[in-house]
Design a protein around this ligand. Sequence first.
Ligand SMILES: [Zn+2]
Ligand SMILES: [Zn+2]
Length: 427
Amino acid sequence: MVEIRITGQRGEDPSAVEETDEKALPEGKKVISITQDDITEDRYHRLRLINWWNQKKLADSVVIIAGAGALGNEAIKNLALLGVGRLIICDFDGIETSNLTRSVLFRQHDVGRLKAEVARDRAVEMNPDTKAVAVHGDLRFALGYGLVRRAGIVLGCLDSLEARYYLNHHAMKTGAVYIDAGLDHLNGDVMTFKPTEGPCYECQMKSGEKKELKRRQSCLKLSREDIALGKVPTSPTISAIIAGMQSQIAVRHLHGRPIPTGRRLGLYGMTDLTFDIKLSEDPECMTHMYTDPLMEREIVELPRKASETTLDQILGDMKEKLGEPVVWSLDDDRDIITGLNCRDCEKGRELLSLAGVLAEKDALCDECGEVMVPTQISEFDGSEGLGDKTLKELGIPPLHILYGRNTETGDDAYFELSGDVDLYFGD
Ligand SMILES: [Zn+2]
Ligand SMILES: [Zn+2]
């Protein structure tokens, strides 16, 4: 006689499932213990049959996908199918006809719509258990540190060196695991970085790449456009393979299982050769040297929103915590541009922008056509005449974390715009 006992739930602790003492059973009797999860044939049944799988862990997870192009489409599709609870999808671009060969989430009639928004809609359509948030904007400026630290994991599905460089900084700053994927023709690779362990993205950059990065940002902190951006030759086959690897590593990480930290894994698509390269730390890596990790710091969670909080208000909060005289320092964050001046004509223009957002072509003098010089501020004490400007107007993204310091005592702390949390984590 065989008795089937249904015991417990698979998940957190498989040992919690009651074991049957075979020897204590009467002769000829056999007991098979299965869990409730094994017989409930819901959407995730086949996934749960993987013995270490924990669907609840995935449902409770938040993953940021930076870039909703070829790789991002595949990663978003995978994570939605897997039942990851929340996807934050960041992209600055609109859908073009030429994207359609590599974008499983996009249709012909989507051309002209925003990639982040269409990807969000399709993810939720594929799996209503998944919540998705579209962040339309340049990830370098649109992702607040508070958002990245709360997610704890970012997938780089990008085609630009500069975007990767900044995403790496965000990850190092906030402690998020950064899984980067890249494509080139039929080749692709995945690199996995943990901020507390081994090399970061910058560590493995070649000197030519660092030069290229410098070239993009002129010494005036105005960005230069790259016409070749996003025009990497590639195919949907390799993007599916590489984003598949990337998503699988992410899922393992979300389960607390080992991941290939500090390694570059990939495939040469013309020869089917795979590679696994151990990356090393660069002792001269700027990101490693100059990033002050938030994980080790006190973060004051303020019920404030970037769109409503003025400069005076945030300085007031900092004063309350740290005493006077206090400054909001942009230290290893981006400087803020408050105006432009022409060296030749002595003409000026007022504007507010984060350094790097403003392009050279938008900073030309009306009179002589020369690139004007930006006035940059890296520390605010309230004397700038900008006290009534909101943080949003100053270029600060929602849920960002700002650094305050008492210039006399040296006491410092970080302040999070936690009032924005519902923008990303609300229902
Ligand atoms: Zn590094
Ligand atoms: Zn001029």
